[in-house]
Design a protein. Structure first.
Length: 319
């Protein structure tokens, strides 16, 4: 088989996997997808069809000029939280700058006291998770966010909670914007904010951050970074020249990083939902775990499930 034929076959398989897992994920979402549909549409509608491939240096230059970096999160896939840490590390190293702070949607502002205690090692990880009621208020896999706290402890980086989980999406954007502006202006440190990617739409959080109530407020310069958007991934794959890591400039100070097949996002969501249903427990904790990350699935299940999907793709029968 020629290289171009192999590439086409792989792309077709990836497309099949994406369609399969995204459809199953949407079915699991049920009514939730109707509730957030308009909010989600605004995000996707703001994404341009035209873009250009850029070097990582371009993103770092944008970050250097910005007061705040909004990094889009896909909560059930820990690689997004890992990528968030990597972008902070890369920026701090190459720009020789450690004066940064972290803002997390995963935690409510009412929990700031416990965040500070955990960062100062006054309470254990288990105590922290219980005090903030992590699995009831947030519920997504802890591992990725745990790594952020490990980074913050090691580098003495402050972490700020920014969420108001009992508010509507619009109200949350307004309150989170105010919170981020206060952090940036009060502490004078560049804010790296990890928040659900749909909040990054032009008319959502970015608009709220730079809305001026009295006309005298300082303008907050933003860099937005999202990851593995299906449309851009498909276009780049179709060119047969897509590498494992690619950076796209969508608009001024707005970027998309491609480093994970989009179907993996939806598989992680399915794994999380299945974990909630089975009420599994993490082996290294004594409290109930209402989340499940992709790697925690039994290897036999992973293997059998993928064989089943592959057989369906190749139109074979599974007995």
């Amino acid at each position: 088989m020629k290289k171009s034929q192999k590439t086409t076959s792989i792309f077709e398989l990836q497309n099949y996997l994406y369609n399969h897992f995204s459809e199953k994920a949407k079915n699991l979402m049920g009514e939730k997808i109707t509730t957030i549909s308009n909010y989600s549409k605004s995000f996707h509608n703001c994404l341009p069809q035209n873009y250009c491939v850029v070097k990582e240096k371009k993103i770092l230059e944008s970050l250097d000029k910005s007061d705040v970096c909004l990094f889009g999160d896909f909560h059930t896939l820990t690689k997004y939280q890992v990528n968030f840490i990597k972008i902070i590390e890369t920026y701090a190293k190459k720009q020789d700058c450690k004066e940064v702070s972290i803002a997390l949607e995963a935690l409510n502002t009412s929990d700031q006291e416990y965040i500070d205690e955990y960062l100062e090692n006054k309470i254990s990880e288990q105590e922290f998770i219980k005090k903030v009621d992590y699995y009831q208020k947030w519920g997504f896999p802890w591992e990725g966010y745990s790594n952020i706290f490990k980074y913050a402890k090691k580098n003495k980086t402050p972490i700020f909670a920014i969420n108001y989980s009992n508010k509507s999406l619009f109200e949350r954007d307004q309150l989170i914007a105010k919170r981020i502006k206060n952090i940036a202006l009060k502490y004078g440190k560049k804010v790296f904010c990890l928040i659900g990617e749909h909040h990054l739409a032009d008319s959502h959080l970015p608009s709220c951050i730079n809305s001026k109530s009295g006309g005298k407020e300082k303008k907050i310069h933003l860099t937005r970074i999202i990851s593995n958007i299906e449309y851009y991934y498909a276009v780049e794959k179709s060119k047969n020249n897509y590498s494992s890591n690619e950076n796209l400039e969508l608009k001024k100070d707005f970027y998309c990083i491609l480093n994970t097949d989009p179907w993996i996002k939806w598989l992680s969501y399915i794994a999380w939902q299945e974990g909630k249903k089975s009420n599994l427990k993490l082996s290294n904790h004594n409290y109930d775990n209402s989340s499940l990350d992709l790697h925690e699935l039994e290897p036999e299940f992973q293997f059998n499930y993928f064989v089943y999907i592959l057989c369906r793709f190749f139109k074979n029968k599974v007995k």
